[in-house]
Design a protein around this ligand. Sequence first.
Ligand code: FAD
Length: 427
Amino acid sequence: MLNRRGFIKSLSVLAAGTSLIGPPRTSLAGTGGGKGGHVVVIGGGYGGATAAKYLRMWSQGKVAVTLIERNPRFISCPISNLVIGGVKTMADITVGYDGLKSTWGVKIIQDDVIGIDPIERRVRLAQGGTIGYDRAVLAPGIDFMFDEVGGLAGHTERIPHAWKAGAQTVLLRKQLEAMPDGGVYAIQIPKAPYRCPPGPYERACLVADYFKTAKPKSKVIILDANDDIQSKKGLFLHAFNSTYQNIIEYRPNSAILEVDANNRVAKLEFDEVKADVLNVIPPMRAGDIAVRTGLPLINDRWVDVDWLTMEAKGVPGLHVLGDAIFPAPTMPKSGHMANQHAKVATAAILNLLANKAPNPTPVLMNTCYSFVDSKNAIHVASVHQYDAEKRIFMPVDGAGGVSAAASELEGQYALGWAKNIWADMLA
Ligand SMILES: Cc1cc2nc3c(=O)[nH]c(=O)nc-3n(C[C@H](O)[C@H](O)[C@H](O)COP(=O)(O)OP(=O)(O)OC[C@H]3O[C@@H](n4cnc5c(N)ncnc54)[C@H](O)[C@@H]3O)c2cc1C
């Protein structure tokens, strides 16, 4: 259990000069017709936006919800590889927060949360003031451990990750456009667990697809820190070995230890790779605010949660979800899964606010589509059932699977999935 002293200690890394206890205070608890309590949601991505909407919907407006998000608009990582491949635009993956405000009555604050006091139940904002809550949802996604790759810190302009959609997505696309024909694009995949297991392999395919028509002499080198392909292995291997036979080279066990940012050289244990476009996805962990708050972490990286309520272990009232948590067995870090976590957390919060026990048998499902070229896609699907004895979600045997082969029909499903989930979160 997090006690006051432990929590204050964890605040020592908060931005200099901010005191969580001192003024100014702006209490919003109880506003917005929230006779059923006030929930603050931190982070308006796949997990947080879903929780904000469903808290309002399922409580029939009785629970007041304040969503704090640093970005003015939601930009989706899913489908962003199609922007990098030149098939879609940034406008295609950007959705505003207006629906949450006007249709669902969510109060939206564009700001950065720089501290959470789970004992006093208050969050502190970068622009000043604190906000009280009865319960909070923390869905900050991931942040990168740049120091794990020597020479990388401070060089994301030359060596983009493009693993948070936005300016980095545009930057990587521009670098690919500027690359001469005959150049090399190298992508580093960090050791699992990382955000979106199939995402890097999808990106390699889409860049190769772009090269096929625009820069046919160019190459894609996948430097995978893992010993094998992490998702949809047979399907991706088929794409690498057939469609992209002379373009994509897949190298397992290839962790980049250091980079020479000026020359875009990746240094591995026994080798060096010189690239024209070097795309390093660094190792990652729970979003900084989870770490700063001193929440219980597994492997110093991912928040440990009680799966029935999604509360951080020993931190009542603070529900953590999405990519920031330590995944249950075979559970991917995906937007679809964050959306599902949010619904489990929302149902639990509404029960707890009404002094009822949370649902003891929640079930989650996930579908992840990946494009292997501009039109054809593949999927992996799974179902995860709460196991009361193990106190964690376990995959349901025989309840999932992968595509037989890539198809245009699945490409249409993939685009439909994206439109649907954006509407589910934000419309
Ligand atoms: C290239 C790529 C392709 C992908 N494809 C798929 C796919 O096809 N299907 C799929 O299901 N998943 C996919 N994913 C994974 C998916 O994007 C993530 O799993 C998902 O975004 C996780 O949701 P989240 O809510 O945990 O985090 P996010 O969606 O990242 O949301 C976190 C939000 O919190 C905000 N935030 C963080 N800290 C603070 C703070 N202190 N104060 C205020 N705001 C804060 C951030 O600005 C952000 O908006 C893909 C990812 C990538 C990179």
